[in-house]
Design a protein around this ligand. Sequence first.
Ligand code: PXL
Length: 274
Amino acid sequence: MKRVLTVQDISCLGKCSLTVALPIISALGSETVILPTAVLSTHTAFKDFTCKDLSDQIAPIKDHWLSQNVRFDAIYTGYLGTIEQIEQIKGLIDSFKDDNTLVFIDPVMADNGKLYPAFDMDYVKANATLCEKADIIVPNITEASLMTGMEYRTEHDEEYIKTMLAKLSELGAKVSVLTGVSLEEGKIGVMGYDRESKEYYLYQNKKIASSFHGTGDVFSSTCVGEIMKGRDWKEAMRIAADYTVHTIEVTLNNPEKPWYGVDFEATIQELVLM
Ligand code: PXL
């Protein structure tokens, strides 16, 4: 069985980060090892959330794992808390990555043109250096514009996206994937670029007017789980994009839907059977 290490926060309430990654990657058939970087009462879209930073646990946990000779088929990082933590995670990747370990980095820090509350431009720079270590990065357009210094545009054309992908690939990852790409009226999806084969891949599904927290984590976790099942990155992106859109639609049909996240629990069986 493949073993995935995922490094991100626990937002106790909120359906994002580890509470999404752990069930989805496990359901897709990989052992999921977690490294919680912080415990928050909720994700940061709630008011007055609490946060306990767990940075001081990273080194002892890493050392213990090293003493147990554990290896990972993938290391997947999501929301991290501080620049110091990013530096620690770079060390963790160096300690555990071997020739067959997939390093998948979702540089979670911004959306809709804005940084999340806890972050600033120094954090953006640190995240860009974390991307150097990746095989695959999956920023949204806001995160990519911050990391590449390109203007953030709500409306974009293929040239803008391809230029952004070229600049992103200079950060060092083998495959750079932009999420939230909309090149056709009424559609939205992903476009990826493989730096080695110079190949582009565009996949769009229908655009849904509503947006929910945690959908990026649903997408990334599905990609990682599908790649571990043996799919190539393009197939994994397509499946993950379709699953995320389907889950948003199912959530919108729930009259008791929570405002803070999507009902992936209602769709996860379909994902497993796909
Ligand atoms: O879904 C991304 C995410 C993860 N973790 C925390 C967040 C967010 C998005 O806002 O606040 C704590």
